[in-house]
Write a protein that binds this ligand. Structure first.
Ligand code: F6P
Length: 319
């Protein structure tokens, strides 16, 4: 292993830059050369590849987004696209690739590894939806962004005695909604992994209202459906004045938290160790604060699950 490449792919997440920095610095520390690939797999197929130095990653550890940019590429999902990518990697004499991204990005990394090109996946997504790691890079920052936003919404919710539905991201996973819901003391948390009768949600709202509560907050994961439709139903059935806030891409930006910077630094550096050990085709992760790694198949064959104990607790605390 003499030369490695690094790219970011899929939806960006705060902390990706810290991960790039760790990959570049750790590789150079071990006398490897590093090439940065811009615009994810699309840039790889197009040969958008540049040498990186220690200085390329200076002053980025605290920045959101990704200095390598990101993209989602349909073309890369084809065999032709993947062979084009390998051609570019060979042309630049690159021996191993670090892919920072989510599930979809790792599908691509797996395909490249199967075609003979060793890749390591570093989990970077706000969704926290990847099996084999307790946390993904960006989740903690996004969680804190949501908490900050909901705290602000709560002020106006109280003033006007309203019920608020806050729709958060997470794709098909409920982690952001669950953690944020617990952290803000939400009345209800709606996530794809758990079903709750509409009537019991309404009953809880009504009970709170009858007890003199000034406002109610419901956290709804996007994977459950539209916050606006849900808000309309609540207003009609519960007969409480309701507003809906869709937080959107604000959840993907901002300076990464300390947790995310440290996680990104540890995972990025570990990816280089695995490449040096010739262990391509694996994802690095963290479980119980210990760094772990799994083959891509091991990651894909296990379903990511939410912490059911946390969900139960959220119910107990929102009586
Ligand atoms: O995977 C990250 C994520 O932000 C999801 O939470 C969301 O569903 C999706 O990406 C949004 O994608 P886009 O930025 O392409 O709209």
């Amino acid at each position: 292993m003499k030369r490695i490449g690094v790219l970011t792919s899929g939806g960006d997440s705060p902390g990706m830059n810290a991960a790039i920095r760790a990959v570049v610095r750790k590789a150079i520390y071990h006398d490897l050369e590093v090439y940065g690939i811009k615009n994810g797999y699309q840039g790889l197929m197009d040969g958008n590849i540049e040498k990186m130095t220690l200085g390329s990653v200076g002053d980025i550890i605290h920045r959101g987004g990704t200095i390598l940019f990101s993209a989602r590429s349909e073309e890369f999902k084809t065999d032709e696209g993947q062979f084009r990518a390998i051609e570019q990697l060979n042309k630049h004499n690159i021996d191993g690739l670090v892919v920072i991204g989510g599930d979809g990005s790792f599908q691509g990394a797996k395909k490249l590894t199967e075609k003979g090109f060793p890749c390591i996946g570093v989990p970077g997504t706000i969704d926290n939806d990847i099996a084999g790691t307790d946390y993904t890079i960006g989740f903690d920052t996004s969680l804190n962004t949501i908490i900050d936003a909901v705290d602000k919404v709560r002020d106006t919710a109280t003033s006007h005695e309203r019920t608020y539905i806050i729709e958060v991201m997470g794709r098909d996973a409920g982690d952001l909604a669950l953690w944020a819901g617990l952290a803000v003391g939400a009345e209800s948390i709606l996530i794809p992994e758990e079903k709750e009768e509409f009537s019991s949600i309404v009953q809880r709202l009504k009970n709170g209202h009858d007890r003199g509560k000034k406002h109610s907050i419901i956290l709804l994961a996007e994977g459950v459906g539209s916050g606006f439709e849900f808000g309309k139903r609540i207003e009609e059935v519960a007969e409480l004045e309701t507003r809906v806030t869709v937080l959107g891409h604000i959840q993907r930006g901002g300076s990464p938290t300390g947790q995310d910077r440290v996680l990104a630094s540890r995972l990025g550096a570990r990816a280089i160790e695995l490449l040096i050990d010739n262990q391509g085709g694996r994802m690095v992760g963290i479980q119980k604060n210990v760094l772990v790694d799994y083959t891509f198949d091991e990651v894909f064959n296990v379903e990511h699950t939410i912490d059911k104990g946390m969900y139960k607790l959220s119910k107990e605390l929102s009586i």
